[in-house]
Design a protein around this ligand. Structure first.
Ligand code: BTN
Length: 255
């Protein structure tokens, strides 16, 4: 049915028309021993979860709503690399198979024309010094038209259709997405984060530019010089080593 060209990713798959949240379903599957590469997909979510307890609008057939279970056995501190990897995979698929020109706003929002078109929610279960599993939730807005977004999101959120004018088959995009994700994951496990970092940076939103970044305690103005091995944003403020920022919001414009 799915016609996947992957070797292992998505070989174990749950697909339903309606779910509360593929993320919650995937957690349940992972707890019951679902193997590495298990994928959970819904056409529609009634309780899509975004980051920071926000809700994620996931109407029927309008986008990709899926969660992927990975069991990389890496130290928990490296888990953010998997989120950055996923962002790079999504950007690659949009760049290759749609007319959109994606960029990735640190750490992992996929933008088209400065508006958010896709988001990633990574949740991990770690035991001692190893990751037991991660559930990576991927939400990509594909076929929404302007009126489909609630008014308060209209200026911030978008879909591939809204930016390109074209309707895309959700299923086809999922096939490409899983294949790309599998390739990047295999690269990551064989060669480490370096090639993933390079790919991420090739899509980096405002990379090399002066940005403003708001953390819990401060607002920094700095040149966004890249991302570090641990996923931190590298902020160059003077001639010293760049400062690493682990969590914060990059703000639109410094001026
Ligand atoms: C974000 O806030 O940027 C992350 C959004 C993640 C949404 C996806 S849709 C599939 C998966 N299931 C969920 O409930 N959330 C994620």
């Amino acid at each position: 049915f799915w016609g996947l060209k992957t070797q292992w990713l998505g070989k174990n798959m749950t697909h339903k028309k309606v779910m509360d949240s593929t993320q919650s379903a995937a957690h349940q599957e992972a707890l019951h021993g679902a193997p590495n590469g298990t994928v959970v997909i819904a056409d529609e979510q009634t309780w899509g979860k975004g980051r920071m307890d926000r809700q994620w609008h996931s109407a029927s057939h309008q986008g990709i709503w899926m969660s992927v279970i990975l069991r990389p056995g890496i130290p928990p501190v490296h888990a953010p690399q998997l989120t950055l990897m996923t962002a790079a995979a999504i950007a690659d698929v949009l760049a290759s198979y749609t007319d959109a020109e994606p960029s990735i706003k640190w750490p992992n929002d996929i933008l088209i024309n400065h508006k958010k078109a896709a988001g990633i929610l990574t949740e991990m279960q770690a035991e001692e010094d190893r990751v037991q599993y991660v559930v990576i939730g991927i939400g990509v807005n594909v076929n929404h038209t302007q009126g489909d977004f609630p008014a308060e999101l209209n200026e911030k959120a978008t879909s591939i259709k809204r930016e390109t004018g074209d309707h895309y088959q959700v299923k086809g995009l999922i096939q490409h997405m899983l294949l790309r994700l599998e390739q990047l994951y295999d690269t990551f496990m064989q060669s480490g984060f370096q090639p993933i970092r390079a790919k991420w940076e090739s899509y980096g939103y405002r990379l090399g530019e002066t940005i403003r970044i708001r953390t819990a305690r401060n607002v920094w103005t700095a040149v966004f010089s890249g991302i570090a091995d641990d996923g931190a944003l590298l902020a160059q403020m003077d001639d010293n080593e760049p400062k690493k920022i682990y969590s914060g919001e990059m703000e639109w414009f410094p001026d």
